[in-house]
Design a protein around this ligand. Sequence first.
Ligand code: GTP
Length: 225
Amino acid sequence: MASSGGYGDASQKIDYVFKVVLIGDSAVGKSQILSRYARNEFSLDSKATIGVEFQTRTMVIQHKSVKAQIWDTAGQERYRAVTSAYYRGAVGAMLVYDITKRQTFDHIPRWLEELRSHADKNIVIILIGNKTDLEDQRAVPTEDAKEFAQKEELFFLETSALEATNVEEAFLTVLTEIFNIVNKKNLVAGEDQANGNPASLSGKKIVIPGPAQVIPEKNRMCCRS
Ligand SMILES: Nc1nc2c(ncn2[C@@H]2O[C@H](COP(=O)(O)OP(=O)(O)OP(=O)(O)O)[C@@H](O)[C@H]2O)c(=O)[nH]1
């Protein structure tokens, strides 16, 4: 159904651009999850993010080319960029904690609150427990996170950016869900028009049709695409 488009996406025709944001405490591995996904790279010597960075990768989902534009910001308050700007236009969010640090999981409700107060209410959210390669240091049982995710109606996966476990799956889960929502809306809009009703998306702006939303070249200095 969905397949990866590889790591280079220079001259592809883009059907959709989906903005996805990464959030969670400092050092849980947000930047490395992104780096694994966008470039298949990992660094143990990762520096704390200052401000905002983004990277993109294009995937094919149901024969459409979907460009994921993944935004990464600092977990540390003092390095965080203006919150509302970060969430603007985001259709997906990855809420990351570190399975070896209980506190990073205990802070998840706060991140969820921030997300829900700043982002579109229809945003697709996945909870991610990162660093499963450090199983011997696990401080958050999988069941606790699963239960929380069910209660809050979030997708949930445990990943290891280091070992490249489930990183691809996590992104695919979010992107495919967004894709399905968008497609369903297009379908409903089409049916409405066929019935003589004006197209309606119930005021829910969750799709960013490409390539209009691609960030202008002048704003790209910090980031790879
Ligand atoms: N063992 C292990 N270490 C990881 C994994 N993912 C990230 N790390 C390490 O954890 C540290 C923090 O990773 P980052 O990706 O910089 O964390 P971050 O969440 O982006 O941090 P901020 O930018 O401060 O918000 C680095 O030393 C990474 O190499 C993982 O899956 N396994």
